[in-house]
Ligand binder design. Structure first.
Ligand code: ADP
Length: 361
């Protein structure tokens, strides 16, 4: 099911009584989500992710704009008539019911022509439980399950009616690191298998990058960039997006463009084409540095960490006021406190306007 957001806007009255201005939690969001994809809604806390999800689910009404599921304008429909499945961070299972009863719950409220017989309901609940691989836990109560298992029950419950759209709000946040990884792979597998259009809210860029077909990066209610994870990583449109994606994070410098050369401090580090002389912000991905004897960036190594395939290097760049550089280089034998020189991979270097912070290269 395609989900279309058209000029979607949500304002809340300010909680601070002295401030008259509304909070614009979602500001003119436009996006045509293709059928059958997993979309990661990504951004720091307070950027409007949950509000967007709640608008799509119908738990909130937009101030303006429309929402379509395919041809169907659902903007004025209550949540129960939209055909959505919802999964929250805190699982929201009924503690007094068994796993089976929890999964059956959404089917028991169906009315009229949608009403199912007892055996149909049980068969659907079994199917959903199989899909998330908890069919051997059907008689347990939520308290007798691990966090990961509880979240699988919540997912089974959201899927039991075969929703048109599956909405997940930080579904992995309450799980420990190992379970988080496992459950996120599980969500990806289930999504592929069912082909249900899924929107996944998270503040964790690695999580979003790893499972999404496309990511939407938001800041202060405003969509910053939409694209495939790798495309957004390789081609951030502004400094916020460049900084938000990637571990270790991007390295930032103030630089100068002068006569088709990029300078960091007094070092000319890269040849450029077609960019006028100006002061710029320079972002360099950690994997954008190459150890090279005659490289233009001179640094002193202050930290070396061998990480199997790669080596993480922390160094001080002498030309730019001893600024720290975090680089990822291939396995190299490197000695602390020695001097090294780096060259740069041009496609890992981004230039931003100093005022607008938009890309200029
Ligand atoms: P996120 O999910 O990205 O953390 P939210 O969508 O929860 O962000 O919130 C976006 C903005 O809207 C925040 O500034 C938040 O304080 C505000 N907000 C959210 N819900 C309400 C509400 N019910 N009343 C007033 N302000 C709200």
């Amino acid at each position: 099911m395609e989900v279309i957001l058209r000029n979607l806007t949500k304002r809340f009255p300010s909680r601070d009584r002295k401030k008259r201005e509304d909070v614009i939690a979602v500001d003119d969001f436009n996006f045509q989500i293709p059928d059958g994809r997993l979309i990661g809604l990504l951004g720091p806390s307070g950027c409007g992710k949950s509000t967007t999800l709640n608008l799509i689910s119908g738990l909130l009404k937009p101030t303006s704009g429309r929402i379509f599921f395919g041809e169907d304008d659902v903007t004025d429909l209550p949540p129960e008539n939209r055909g959505i499945g919802l999964v929250f961070q805190n699982y929201a299972l009924y503690p007094h019911l068994t796993v089976r009863q929890n999964i059956l719950f959404p089917l028991q409220n169906l009315k009229g022509k949608d009403k199912l017989s007892k055996s149909e309901m049980l068969s659907k609940a079994n199917e959903a439980a199989k899909l998330v691989q908890i069919d051997d836990l059907m008689d347990r109560k939520p308290a007798e399950l691990s966090g990961g298992q509880q979240q699988r029950v919540a997912i089974a419950r959201a899927l039991v009616k075969m929703p048109r759209v599956l909405l997940l709000d930080e579904p992995l946040s309450n799980l420990d690191a190992r379970l988080r990884l496992q459950t996120r792979e599980e969500i990806r597998r289930i999504q592929r298998k069912t082909g249900i259009t899924t929107i996944f809210v998270t503040h964790d860029q690695e999580e979003a990058m790893s499972i999404s077909d496309m990511i939407v990066v938001m800041k202060d209610g405003v969509v910053q960039q939409i694209g495939k994870p790798q495309e957004v990583y390789d081609n951030p449109e502004n400094m916020f997006v460049a900084r938000f994606l990637g571990t270790p994070p991007i390295n930032l410098f103030v630089g100068q463009v002068k006569d088709n050369q990029l300078y960091i401090g007094k070092d000319a580090v890269l040849r450029l084409k077609g960019i006028g002389n100006q002061e710029v912000l320079v972002g360099i991905r950690p994997e954008g540095f190459i150890l090279q004897e005659d490289g233009p960036l001179c640094c002193t190594l202050s930290g070396v960490e061998v990480m199997g395939r790669d080596t993480s290097v922390v160094s001080q760049n002498e030309a730019s006021l001893n600024q720290t550089i975090r680089a990822i280089v291939g396995t190299e034998h490197l000695v602390m406190e020695t001097k090294v020189r780096f060259a740069l991979k041009p496609h890992k270097v981004f230039l931003f306007n100093r005022e607008t912070e938009k890309r200029i290269d």
